[in-house]
Design a protein around this ligand. Sequence first.
Ligand SMILES: Nc1nc2c(ncn2[C@@H]2O[C@H](COP(=O)(O)OP(=O)(O)OP(=O)(O)O)[C@@H](O)[C@H]2O)c(=O)[nH]1
Ligand SMILES: [Mg+2]
Length: 280
Amino acid sequence: MSFWNKLVDRFRAGSDQDIDWEALLIEADLGVKLATEWVGELRAEGLTRSPEKAGLWLREKMTRLVRVPPPLPIGQKPEVILLVGVNGSGKTTTAAKLAARGRNEKRSVHLGAADTFRAAAAEQIEAWGARLGIPVTSAAPGTDPASVAVRSLLAAQETKADLLIIDTAGRQANKRNLLLELGKIKRSLQKKAESVPHHTWLVADGTTGSGVLPQAREFHEAIGLSGLIVTKLDGSARGGMIAAVRAELGLPTYYLGRGEKPEDLRRFEAKDFVENFFDN
Ligand SMILES: Nc1nc2c(ncn2[C@@H]2O[C@H](COP(=O)(O)OP(=O)(O)OP(=O)(O)O)[C@@H](O)[C@H]2O)c(=O)[nH]1
Ligand SMILES: [Mg+2]
């Protein structure tokens, strides 16, 4: 049921005083902090008496919050994206999707397979590379991921690629040593070129709901994120946590994954997102 239908339903079921607004927003994955804050404002402005007024206020509030900042000009080739995240969140698939998108924009793309943890990981990304006609730098399982990342950067520089996308191994957000390994990948890249990686994006599984927030917090504290890509929003998940992460950590979401194919990646648009959140 859409957020809007739920809201209207609750009004039908009883008087506005009976509605548990906090629960409604928390169920929509907005997180406790943002839910409490927004409900406080709704009450203070006397908007909780009408679903129309509350709905409109929430739509506007959310659209303003999740808006994507204009991209910073990157005066350096290649533009480098480092993808990180927990196991199975969709990093490798997203790397392929971003590569396909880059190629469709007529940019020359390079892929770095810095997941040397899982034996099949390099094969998975090499298969994508072969399918898309995009070169991949990879290494044998057990190789230091930072060295593969650096080699992929050197190869991308050498071939004057416009865009380099580096995939990394999945890691649990509470495993400090695994997060530190990501820090090493980042620092090794920075030693070769100062502002690289230009983007360190957390690839988060949208079906995890509000659980994305603590993940984002841990990764952000450990290595510094610059944004998110939220995947698996082709099912019933509506992505409410995108607002929670933006409010608490200031991290924008840049893309949404909506399927398993290379073309199933949408650029995040605040207005479309909010419409989908409320009405679908
Ligand atoms: N429905 C759907 N499935 C997705 C999406 N993105 C990824 N998947 C699927 O999720 C599963 C895991 O995707 P991967 O890209 O291998 O995830 P990963 O983060 O690289 O996994 P690890 O490397 O093991 O940590 C695969 O079956 C993908 O096809 C999406 O946007 N929608
Ligand atoms: Mg992977």
